[in-house]
Ligand binder design. Structure first.
Ligand code: UD1
Ligand code: UDP
Length: 381
């Protein structure tokens, strides 16, 4: 096979975490692939943290992030910036991930240049365009122009088949987040919050993260009120929140949670440290997508601060419970796990439905097969 140029594009923290293993695996196959890493820096600091941990140096950096950026800002800045890079580099394939606006704009620009698109973590759906917003539309839009679908699970594959996508272009690979966990488990770092958790190892640590657009404002206030109530009522509980750098979230979290002696607010953590913290947490309260996938692999129950999830695998495995954002519901669900040991054990001992940590290898193999097939077809024609 003639050597192919593959551009891997990402811009936010979760995409970086899940694409880093793909980049590392592609680079190992230097005889077959020339790898170009393009970051949009839709996130700046939170992206750079991941690049550091995985030791990845981008070839291009669009540096698009602005304070309080709008969706139109991200879309237009990425589209314009990446268009020039595609023109110059002419990659044979562009790989995008999941459902961010970076991924949507990078895929759209690739389509305009008739470059093949590989979609990692394809096929997740809620079928509600406003939950999560704008991610549900982003991923559906990407999948209308994708050439190769890397579905993390059978359920994701089934969504794509139901939408009429060609079976021959869909591969079930597992989720690359498991590959990332395998990597970070070998690169343990220190952090003073880990020291504090160790010093207070008898306490029950709740890990809290929130950032979704649909939870900004009242839903987030409700959850913070619930968390304050839980900390006040239960001296055995400590709450740790690495606060997303969105200024709206920083402001509200500092204002409402900043003064409590058993609520610990910290800046976003390096993913190597964060995975250790997940592993040592008693329960996770989150609206994050990635955390819903990591927790089953690390045996921690997750109460999902949303009304819907596109990750039914964790529900079926028993690790996740979707609890919404009402104050009383959050309190009730946490207390249920506190008082009902059986319910807790059941959630903590579920099976990881996201694969064996070899998703990136499978993805690269499929890309190779795809190019070999296209070359054969070209020869016939
Ligand atoms: C984005 C993704 C979302 C993903 C989330 C992961 C879209 C539309 N949303 O949402 O799918 O779940 O990332 O975290 O693509 N900021 C910084 N430094 C950083 C990162 C963010 O200062 O390193 C601040 C900036 O002010 C920025 C704001 O956070 O304007 C919001 O970032 P943005 O990427 O627009 O939205 P997220 O909620 O992070
Ligand atoms: N994460 C991290 N540091 C933190 C919080 C989260 O590295 O302080 C990681 C976490 O392990 C997961 C990913 O970030 O892999 C989830 O990102 P986020 O919740 O921002 O986005 P989502 O997954 O909801 O798109």
């Amino acid at each position: 096979m003639k050597k192919k140029k593959v551009a891997v594009v990402f811009g936010t923290r979760p995409e970086a975490i899940k694409m880093a293993p793909v980049v590392r695996e592609l680079k190992k196959q230097a005889d077959f692939f020339q790898t170009i890493v393009i970051v949009t820096a839709q996130h700046r600091e939170m992206l750079d943290q991941v690049l550091d941990v995985f030791n990845i140096k981008p070839d291009y950096d669009l540096n698009v992030m602005k304070q309080n950026q709008t969706l139109a800002d991200i879309t237009t800045d990425v589209l314009r910036g990446i268009d020039k890079i595609y023109l110059e580099e002419r990659p044979d394939m562009v790989l995008v991930h999941g459902d961010t606006t970076t991924s949507f704009a990078a895929a759209l620009a690739a389509y305009y240049h008739k470059i093949s698109i590989g979609h990692v973590e394809a096929g997740l759906r809620t079928y509600d365009p406003y939950f999560p917003f704008p991610e549900e539309a982003n991923r559906q839009l990407i999948d209308t122009i994708t050439d190769l679908y890397f579905a993390p699970t059978e359920a994701a594959k089934q969504n794509l088949l139901n939408e009429g996508k060609s079976r021959s272009r869909i591969m079930v690979t597992g989720n690359t987040v498991i590959d990332a966990i395998h990597y970070t488990s070998n690169t343990k770092s220190n952090h003073n919050i880990l020291d504090l958790m160790k010093a207070k190892a008898d306490q029950k640590w709740i890990l809290l993260t929130m950032h979704r657009r649909e939870n900004h404002g009242q839903p987030m206030k409700n959850v913070f009120e619930a968390v304050i109530h839980i900390a006040d009522e239960h001296p055995e509980i400590e709450i740790l929140m690495p606060v997303h750098l969105n200024p709206k979230i920083q402001l509200l979290a500092n204002e409402m949670l900043g003064q409590h002696e058993r609520i610990h607010l910290v800046e976003p953590l390096g993913v190597d440290v964060f995975h250790q913290i997940v592993d040592q947490s008693w329960v996770i309260l989150t609206d994050s997508g990635g955390l819903q996938e990591e927790a089953p692999a690390l045996d921690v129950p997750v109460l999902v601060l949303r009304d819907k999830t596109e990750r039914p695998e964790g529900l079926e495995a028993g690790t996740l419970k979707v609890i919404g954002t009402e104050k009383n519901s959050v309190i009730k669900e946490v207390e249920e796990l506190l008082y009902n040991l059986k319910a807790y054990e059941k959630m903590a001992k579920a099976l990881n439905p996201y694969g064996d940590g070899k998703a990136s290898q499978k993805i690269i193999k499929e890309i190779q097969t795809y190019f070999e097939r296209s070359e054969k077809l070209d020869e016939i024609v």
